[in-house]
Ligand binder design. Structure first.
Ligand SMILES: Cc1cc2nc3c(=O)[nH]c(=O)nc-3n(C[C@H](O)[C@H](O)[C@H](O)COP(=O)(O)O)c2cc1C
Length: 173
C-alpha cells in the first residue's frame, strides 16, 4: 500500500464534485499523492492509505450510491484512514449554523458503518439551471420561493480548504 489518498464523491449537479477537487488540490499542495474519482468509478481501494468520501444531501440523506459505497467498502475503510464530508443547502440558510447538529445527524447511518477520523459539513449550491425539471425540483423551488432554502452558490472555499489542510496528520508520511 502506498501513501496515496483517494478523494471520492457522489454528486448530481456538480457542486460536490467541485468540493472534492478543492480538497484534492489542498492535499496536493501539501505534498500528498491524490486521486479524485466519482464513487461509481472506484473499484479497488487497495492502492490508498487514506480515503476521503463525500456526498451531496438529498431529502436529508447522502445520495444512495454514496451509502452503497460505504456499505460495500466498510470493512476495508475501517482499516484505513477515513474522513467524510457532506454538502447541503441547509447550512446556507440565514440561520443555517443552528442546524449543524441536525445535518450531522443525517450522516449518522454512515458514521455507524465506519467511524471517520474527521467530518466536514459544507454549504453547497442550488442552481436550478443544473437540475432536471421534475417533481423533486419543483418541491425545491417551492422551498426557495417560501424563503427557506437560498438559491445560488454558498460554498465557502476557505472553510473547505481549511478542513482539507486539517486532514494532513492522518495522511501518513
Ligand atoms: C432534489 C433535491 C433535494 C435536496 N434535499 C436537500 C435536503 O433535504 N437538505 C439540504 O440541506 N439540501 C438539500 N438539497 C440541496 C443539495 O444538497 C445541494 O444543492 C448540494 O450542493 C447539491 O450537490 P451536487 O451539486 O453535488 O448534486 C437538495 C437538492 C436537490 C436537487
Amino acid at each position: 500500500m502506498s501513501n496515496k489518498v483517494l478523494v471520492t464523491y457522489a454528486s448530481r449537479a456538480g457542486s460536490t464534485a467541485e468540493v472534492a477537487e478543492a480538497i484534492a488540490r489542498t492535499l496536493l499542495e501539501g505534498g500528498a499523492q491524490v486521486d479524485v474519482l466519482p464513487m461509481q468509478d472506484v473499484k479497488d481501494l487497495s492502492p490508498y492509505q487514506a480515503i476521503i468520501a463525500g456526498s451531496a444531501i438529498r431529502k436529508s440523506k447522502w445520495l444512495p450510491e454514496a451509502v452503497q459505497f460505504i456499505r460495500t467498502h466498510q470493512e476495508t475503510l475501517r482499516h484505513k484512514s477515513f474522513a467524510m464530508y457532506t454538502v447541503c443547502i441547509t447550512l446556507a440558510m440565514s440561520n443555517g449554523e443552528q442546524y449543524r447538529s441536525a445535518v450531522a445527524d443525517w450522516v449518522a447511518p454512515i458514521r455507524a458503518m465506519v467511524k471517520p477520523l474527521s467530518e466536514g459539513l459544507f454549504a453547497g449550491r442550488l442552481d436550478f439551471s443544473k437540475l432536471p425539471f421534475n417533481w423533486d425540483t419543483l418541491m425545491l423551488r417551492a422551498t426557495v420561493a417560501a424563503g427557506i432554502f437560498p438559491r445560488g452558490d454558498h460554498r465557502d472555499w476557505n472553510a473547505i480548504q481549511a478542513w482539507a489542510a486539517s486532514l494532513k496528520p492522518m495522511l501518513g508520511g
